[in-house]
Design a binder for this molecule. Structure first.
Ligand SMILES: Nc1nc2c(c(=O)[nH]1)N[C@H]1C(S)=C(S)[C@@H](COP(=O)(O)O)O[C@H]1N2
Ligand SMILES: [Mo]
Length: 393
């Protein structure tokens, strides 16, 4: 099924689709056509049992997570689109690589092009890693700390753990030839330009240090053994493990390698706190429970959740059911590579009434979750211990 028939199949079919006919079918005018037709930005189905739908963004519901599944299936992974998911033909797709940081410098016009076939000749790798939006938990600045932050009001579901399959960026850069003086790489997406407040900010793009490129960055074409879904970057995306989601540019169109620091509004204006462009994700935890869950009184209740950190595996998780007066160790399960740590805890015969559950993780780098986190206007990095309300009856 093509993108348009899938999109229109999901929501009410639009009379205008027939009028837009040919242009829509060829995909030539896809972004414009979709906007005219009022079609959704996100192409995959967003069943309300699994997602909260914000239009161009969709959040995974933690109460829909099956504790037995370590990985997040692509169908259930959150989506964050600045504009809308483009439809890209993999057979004509090519990644452009240029910049003065290549051993043989190239201008944007003279970029080297790499097809998916070219990339697949390099050694393949699979990496399990937790993938998370910088603004995950943003709504809690308002609901828990009393000062709302601007932006998508995610609860805690802008996160998932995926087995990415592809090639290491360092192998690509070595094959292409790197100037030892290279310091910065800028990744640019093929989605429509991001226009906000009447300003065209150009395509979504963000630079990152060459050290990250030569460490663990991947160019991924697969997730959990399947090709990327269109919403997650088909046919190729960048993955910067452990880093803010915005670093992992989807629908990767080009990489510029430079001997000077590159910039874009995505590191100079957005995705920074104060002077610092954000990079490594903080420590966070979530219960696999609905908000205001109803639980039975006078029983032993097995509860589960997960914790994760961008810097290192989560080592310990403590839980409190009395508002933080006393804490007990949760039982943690194994962390897989760079992925999250599932945990469980038995609540022993709670009494009837309103309760608050709290979970606090500490990672192997010694980072932990504070009880409150400093406010920032865009609501990034909400890493405070979440006060999760439940009713026992
Ligand atoms: N080209 C492009 N890449 C992008 C984005 C985008 O809008 N366009 N959104 C970024 C943000 S903010 C996040 S959190 C992740 C979300 O990835 P996902 O939708 O696959 O979960 O993609 C990042 N890469
Ligand atoms: Mo994000």
């Amino acid at each position: 099924m093509d993108a348009i028939s899938r999109a229109t199949g999901r929501r009410t079919l639009l009379k205008s689709a027939a009028v837009l006919g040919g242009a829509l079918a060829t995909g030539a005018l896809a972004p414009l056509g979709r906007a005219l037709a009022g079609a959704p930005a996100i192409l995959k189905p967003l069943p309300p049992a699994w997602f909260v739908d914000y239009g161009t963004n969709a959040e995974m519901r933690w109460d829909s997570v099956d504790p037995r599944d370590y990985l997040t299936s692509p169908a259930r992974l959150f989506v964050r689109d600045h504009t809308s998911t483009p439809t890209i033909d993999a057979s004509t797709y090519a990644l452009r690589v240029y910049g003065d940081g290549l051993r043989r410098p190239r201008t944007a016009d003279g970029a080297l092009t790499l097809s998916l076939r070219d990339l697949r000749r390099l050694p393949r790798t699979t990496l399990v890693a937790t993938h998370e939006c910088t603004g995950n938990g943003r709504s809690l600045f308002g609901t828990q700390q009393g000062i709302p932050a601007a932006g998508t009001q995610w609860t805690l579901g802008a996160v998932g753990t995926v087995a990415w399959e592809g090639v290491r960026l360092r192998d690509v850069l070595r094959a292409v030839g790197l100037d030892p003086a290279a310091v910065s790489v800028q990744a640019t997406g093929l989605d429509p330009h991001y226009v906000s407040g009447g300003v065209d900010h150009g395509p979504v793009r963000r630079p990152f240090p060459i050290a990250k490129a030569l460490d663990d960055a991947l160019l991924a074409w697969g997730m959990n053994g399947e090709p990327l879904l269109p919403d997650h970057g088909y046919p190729l995306r960048l993955v910067l493990p452990g880093w803010v989601g915005i670093g992992s540019i989807k629908w990767l169109g080009s990489l510029e390698v430079s001997t000077t620091e590159l910039t874009s509004p995505w590191n100079t204006t957005w995705y920074r706190i104060g002077d610092e462009p954000l990079s490594v994700n903080p420590v966070r935890s979530a219960w696999e429970l609905p908000w205001n869950a109803q639980l039975p009184r006078d029983r032993r209740i097995a509860l589960t959740g997960r914790s994760w950190s961008g810097a290192a595996p989560v080592r310990t998780v403590e839980v409190s059911a009395d508002g933080g007066s006393t804490w007990q160790r949760a039982r943690t399960r194994r962390t897989w590579q760079r992925g999250w740590t599932p945990w469980s805890w038995t609540w022993d015969r709670p009494v009837a009434g309103e309760h608050v559950l709290m979970a606090r993780a500490t990672d192997a780098a010694g980072r932990t979750q504070p009880l409150t986190t400093p406010f920032n206007p865009n609501g990034y990095f909400f890493d405070a211990v979440v006060r999760h309300p439940v009713t026992v009856a």
